[in-house]
Design a protein around this ligand. Structure first.
Ligand code: 8OZ
Length: 373
């Protein structure tokens, strides 16, 4: 029987186990540059089969929160190089999550204080996170966005392509395209945030067009074996809404099957919240989503996420429902989560007051089990 602790061949990359560290925003990269403590943080967690970095902006315009990292300056690439070197020195594997927030931003975070960009000029009922001049963090409503002209879209796709190249230059084992949680790609997908009347709005195929422009550019640049994608079919995060997610996301995975991606990463339910959250009239059928991908010939790993405990994760792997299971918050407070799960040991509780922003406290100072400290 296959277990969480068996190795996995991820399109030629050998993962030591099937436990993945999910992307976790930590807001500790001033000027979008990862610091040396970030290398320590990820290296401490390198026993995960795969680390997915926190969401990382592909451009200044793609940034929506204070002190999140980017991948669009030489300093940021150098900062990430120290991270990938530290992880590889521990025998770990790491991919970077490529992010454009779209409307989930604030004018103070945008180039020249401009409005954030979006498929349509519909403000998200959502908060972003700012850091004030005195260093204290605060939440603020996202700004009114402006709708992108179709002529601007190739430039954003080019930013994704450039960031994918930068990821390889920084030593990453691949990238994850962030198409989840109500950010730019997801804003195009869902009718609640996309009311365009051009080729990028209206039908499912039109709303998915931007996602496939990005997938096409990234896979052409670095290869599909180094490219994964994250989806969140029903999450309400960042005011995302679509009344009919099942046909929308089945269309997406059906078409993704042709790209031979390394993995498809699916957040089940509300991100960081109830797994049974639904949008529209019927519960989302995740097994049908996976089946749609496989029936279309999709061979990428199927990665699941959201509130899995050890038993649920073991069950998902043993039954074949998933190839990989991503854990989020438990990895913040348990650098040795893999070993703790293996032993069935208790987990350290996390301190949510240090999740976003700050320094080493609540970041690199969580204890590991004594026997392998
Ligand atoms: C929490 C806080 C800020 C950003 C996501 C990138 O939900 C995020 C995020 C999460 O995907």
């Amino acid at each position: 029987m296959t277990t969480l602790f068996d190795s996995f061949d991820l399109s030629g990359l050998t993962l030591a186990n099937r436990i993945v560290m999910a992307p976790l925003t930590r807001n500790r990269s001033p000027r979008a540059v990862p610091l040396p403590i970030t290398a320590t943080y990820y290296a401490q967690r390198a026993s995960a089969g795969l680390l997915i970095t926190e969401a990382t902006a592909i451009s200044h315009q793609g940034q929506g929160y204070a002190n999140v990292p980017g991948l669009y300056t030489a300093e940021a690439i150098a900062g990430w190089r120290a991270v990938t070197d530290a992880v590889h020195a521990q025998g770990g594997k790491i991919v970077v999550q490529l992010w454009h927030v779209g409307r989930v931003s604030h004018t103070t975070l945008q180039p020249d204080g401009q409005a954030p960009v979006a498929p349509s000029s519909i403000q998200a009922k959502a908060n972003t996170y700012l850091i004030d001049a005195d260093g204290s963090g605060s939440f603020a409503a996202t700004s009114q966005p402006r709708a992108l002209n179709a002529e601007e879209l190739p430039g954003i796709v080019e930013d994704y392509r450039r960031a994918a190249r930068a990821a390889i230059d920084a030593g990453f084992d691949g990238v994850e395209i962030h198409a989840a949680n109500g950010y730019l790609i997801d804003q195009f997908l869902r009718s609640g945030s996309n009311q365009r009347t051009d080729a990028y709005g209206g039908s499912i195929a039109n709303r998915a067009r931007f996602l496939f422009d990005v997938v096409e550019a990234v896979t052409a640049e670095i290869g599909s074996a180094r490219t994964g994608i994250r989806l969140s079919p029903v999450t309400p995060a960042n005011d995302s809404f679509d009344p009919a997610p099942q046909p929308l996301f089945e269309y997406v995975v059906h078409k993704l099957a042709a790209y031979a991606l390394s993995y498809v990463h699916v957040i089940e339910g509300a991100t960081g919240g109830p797994r049974d959250h639904q949008q529209g009239d019927t519960p989302f059928d995740y097994a049908a989503l996976k089946q749609a991908y496989r029936q279309a010939g999709g061979q990428g790993a199927w990665m699941v996420n959201n509130g899995y405990d050890r038993d649920q994760a073991e069950q998902a792997i043993a039954s074949g429902a998933a190839d990989l299971v991503a854990f989020g918050k438990p990895f913040i407070s348990n650098p040795d989560l893999v070993e703790r799960l293996r032993r069935g040991d208790a987990l350290n509780p996390g301190d949510s007051s240090t999740y976003y922003g700050g320094g080493e406290r609540g970041y690199t100072d969580y204890p590991v089990l004594a026997e392998h400290a």
